[in-house]
Design a protein around this ligand. Structure first.
Ligand code: UFG
Length: 339
């Protein structure tokens, strides 16, 4: 049984991936500093999977804590690295915190891998590395654009560090997954997204508005060059995303890589506008949402959606859950946590 370290394993995408891995009989070790997650998520993971993986509460910037954790958990074969700060706006206000949290943690993990002969690594990257692509849908060959924020830059630099490390250490095997917009929750509604404070992202804002926690949703931008004037994104169900990590891990374990640094777009390949998301949410959950059209949000791109051909054919992964399923599961989760 392969032993996988999942950093940020109690966070939104991390917890769904931990559940998928446990259900597929991987042995899992979780590291999380609880800066944007809660210890109780471990109870939920156990409730769903019947297993309670060992959990270490630590920040990966703390080098000696990282070293001690690896000492206590011999035999780790691979790492899925989610732990990172991810709020775009906060990263503009606190760039040093973002560079430290997102890059120092990565370097500490890579150093430990080198010292201990661990070879397999899956990295959480983002479609943010493409900025506003010149051509849509965006393929893996699209050039990276200068990052819009320190957060986005940490993903670009993170990939660069991994690419350089793969060149220098040929035994290292890395897959970066470039997520589009993860939404939705596990069908049990026991785990899901737990935003702290006012949500920045669309779907948590929608569900909190529907739950009466926010008075009104603002639809940012109504004059984009899109069919209904609102911005277009590629929303991906978090459970599909979790499954992409398991498949990436198996690719590394089975030595199937074409090169030792690979990257894949993880989206559905379909673009949906903000208004389409709002209307689908209303329809599938049979409710009406209080929203108004508002000005554009600074820094937003007009539209981005994935060409998933390479992920489908080469990685052997394809999203199977549609927007309706994303939005029913998101609402079921919101109802459970706001009870
Ligand atoms: N939106 C609204 N109202 C809201 C929140 C969002 O209209 O209250 C709109 C946004 O303006 C955007 C769309 O909904 O057009 C999606 O916004 P999100 O914030 O949900 O997602 P983004 O595409 O902006 O963010 C994603 C990832 C980030 C990443 C970013 C890079 O979630 O991790 O892309 O641009 F950094």
């Amino acid at each position: 049984m392969a032993k996988v370290l999942v950093t940020g394993g109690l966070g939104y995408i991390g917890s769904h991936t931990v559940v998928t891995l446990l259900q597929q009989n991987f042995e899992v070790v979780i590291v999380d500093d609880l800066s944007n997650s809660q210890a109780s998520v471990l109870d939920r993971v156990e409730q769903i999977s019947g297993q309670r993986p060992p959990f270490y509460q630590l920040n990966l910037c703390d080098e000696s804590a990282v070293e001690q954790m690896f000492d206590k958990e011999p035999g780790i074969d691979s790492i899925i690295h989610f732990a990172a700060s991810k709020a775009v706006g906060e990263s503009v206000a606190k760039p040093l915190l973002y560079y430290k949290n997102n890059l120092l943690s990565l370097i500490h993990l890579l150093e430990q891998m080198n010292q201990r002969g661990i070879t397999d690594f899956v990295f959480s990257s983002s479609c943010t590395v493409y900025g506003q692509p010149d051509k849509l849908p965006v393929t893996e060959q699209s050039p990276m654009k200068p990052a819009e924020s320190p957060y986005g830059n940490t993903k670009q630099v993170g990939e660069q560090i991994l690419q350089d490390a793969c060149r220098a250490y040929p035994s290292l095997q890395v897959i970066a997954l470039r997520y589009f917009n993860p939404v939705g929750a596990h069908e049990s509604a026991l785990i899901g997204e737990l935003p702290t404070g006012v949500p920045n992202n669309l779907v948590p804002f929608i569900t909190q508005t529907a739950a009466g926690l926010r008075p009104q949703l603002k639809v940012f931008g109504q004059d984009y060059d899109t069919p209904d004037g609102t911005a277009v994104r590629d929303y991906i169900h978090v459970v599909d995303l979790a499954e992409a990590h398991e498949i990436a891990l198996r690719r590394l374990m089975n030595d199937k890589q074409k090169e030792n640094f690979e990257f894949f777009n993880i989206g559905t390949g379909e673009g949906h506008s903000v208004l389409e998301v709002v209307k689908t949410f209303e329809k599938v959950n049979d409710l009406s949402l209080n929203y108004e059209l508002a000005d554009r949000r600074p820094g937003d791109v007009e539209q981005v959606y994935a060409d998933t051909h390479y992920a489908n054919t080469e990685l052997g992964w394809k999203a199977t859950r549609n927007l309706e399923e994303m939005l029913t599961s998101a609402w079921k989760w919101q109802k459970r946590i706001s009870q």
